[in-house]
Design a protein around this ligand. Structure first.
Ligand SMILES: N[C@@H](CCC(=O)N[C@@H](CS)C(=O)NCC(=O)O)C(=O)O
Length: 78
């Protein structure tokens, strides 16, 4: 299952969320306004930046990299 760490007001998160919704990608959205969730993000990635994607062994910051990754994943399952 894909996990996406986000903040509701973050435009970079919204860009990724729109892409995921448009492509009907199932995921768990973790809002880092919750302090424990933010600590979880920092322990995983090393910083509190969002969006941050976790897909099994793969994890990454940067909205454009996340969308590129998801696009390639979609193409590989077509
Ligand atoms: N280049 C990044 C920018 C992400 C970014 O600036 N996120 C902001 C929220 S909109 C953030 O997490 N700032 C806090 C931080 O970097 O620790 C992307 O495209 O994902």
């Amino acid at each position: 299952m894909i996990i996406l760490y986000t903040l509701p007001q973050c435009p970079f998160c919204k860009k990724v969320l729109f892409f995921m919704e448009d492509n009907k990608i199932e995921f768990t959205n973790k809002n880092i306004e919750d302090e424990k969730t933010k600590e979880e993000l920092i322990s995983l990635g090393g910083k509190g930046q969002v969006p941050y994607l976790v897909d099994g062994e793969i994890s990454m910051y940067e909205s454009d990299a996340i969308i590129d990754y998801l696009q390639q994943k979609l193409q590989s399952t077509e």
